[in-house]
Write a protein that binds this ligand. Structure first.
Ligand code: 5GP
Ligand code: ZN
Length: 114
């Protein structure tokens, strides 16, 4: 069995609250939500982080964004908008070393970057 938490979630060995799924990616609610909608989108293949993505694996990023669109749709936040966050490495507080996209929304989000 893989030691990676998200690989175990994808395999169904650790329970998760499934939101959406495609051939390449899986989406489930974050266990510690920071917004009314907080969903994680992960590729079904193990990639350690965005910094480890190879040219051959590059299409999984597109697959993740397409699934994030579906997450926004089924969560009812596609019109109101949402934020996609990807933490990479220690200074970004990345805590699970399996590539993941945070989909956050359902409220006006703090931290306007403009
Ligand atoms: P990071 O900090 O690495 O960008 O995000 C990891 C996220 O995974 C955190 O928001 C954390 O709450 C979430 N998380 C960690 N373990 C689990 C788990 O076992 N189940 C679920 N659903 N989320 C998890
Ligand atoms: Zn993994």
């Amino acid at each position: 069995m893989s030691e990676c938490i998200f690989c175990q979630i994808i395999a169904g060995d650790i329970p998760s609250n499934r939101v959406a799924e495609s051939d390449a990616a899986y989406a489930f609610t974050d266990i510690n939500p920071h917004a009314p909608v907080h969903v994680l989108v992960v590729p079904k293949i193990h990639v350690e982080s965005a910094d480890h993505l190879t040219t051959e694996q590059a299409s999984v990023m597109g697959d993740m964004i397409l699934l994030a669109q579906e997450v926004a749709d089924v969560s009812g936040i596609r019109e109101s908008g949402y934020r996609l966050i990807m933490n990479v490495g220690p200074d970004a507080w990345m805590s699970v070393p399996h590539l993941h996209l945070h989909v956050l929304g359902g409220q006006r989000l703090a931290g306007h970057l403009g």
